[in-house]
Design a protein around this ligand. Structure first.
Ligand code: GRF
Length: 189
């Protein structure tokens, strides 16, 4: 491939998965981060992205409404010639219209072995269920929350004495490996 795939990363918080994606890009992955966008202008990950010299977009839907917010974000993504969107700790549900506009081109990382534990508190639920194995999934985004085709998964053991926090840390380390791998495969498919 002569040019790298242009990826837009959507974050809401600390952005450690976005950092892992950026890191892999810097080490030669077949994509580049064309835009880091956030629905929370104060997101820590956004400050990091700016420091790295990455293009950023920040806008809160508060006050303007979801439709106008998504319209502006869509324009920013298109303006940056983004081809693939990677959700990385993006805590807002995308509208059906937005998903339809980018169909088949939005990925998400979710901290469970889908189809188990869609939604929030995945680690607490895995521990409460007595699971011996937990993990993370990268999947295509559809209108159904955490419901699109699974593109890759990684497993970790649940250890005696784990709480949601210790398990989350173990899973997160695997997320940082899995997401760049799956995204690299996806953009060269
Ligand atoms: C990760 O656990 C991710 O799987 C989930 O939210 C968390 C985001 O963490 N969707 P970070 O912002 O990437 O550090």
């Amino acid at each position: 491939m002569s040019s790298k795939a242009r990826v837009g990363v959507l974050i809401s918080g600390r952005g450690s998965n976005m950092m892992a994606l950026a890191d892999a890009a810097a080490r030669g992955a077949p994509y580049e981060l064309a835009l880091v966008a956030s629905d929370r202008p104060e997101a820590a990950g956004l400050a990091w992205a700016r420091e790295q010299g990455l293009a950023t977009f920040a806008l809160s839907p508060r006050g303007i409404g979801k439709a106008a917010y998504e319209e502006a974000m869509d324009a920013a993504l298109r303006g940056a010639a983004v081809e693939v969107i990677a959700l990385a700790g993006y805590m807002r549900l995308l509208s059906d219209a937005f998903v339809a506009r980018w169909r088949g081109r939005i990925l998400n990382i979710h901290p469970s072995l889908l189809p188990k534990y869609k939604g929030l508190d995945t680690h607490g639920r895995a521990i409460a269920a007595g699971d011996m194995v937990a993990g993370c999934s990268v999947h295509l985004v559809t209108e159904e929350l955490d419901g699109g085709e699974v593109l890759g998964q990684a497993e970790v053991p649940v250890l005696p004495g784990d709480d949601a926090e210790t398990l989350a840390a173990r899973v997160l380390a695997r997320e940082h490996e899995l997401y760049p791998q799956v995204l690299s495969r996806f953009v060269t498919r």
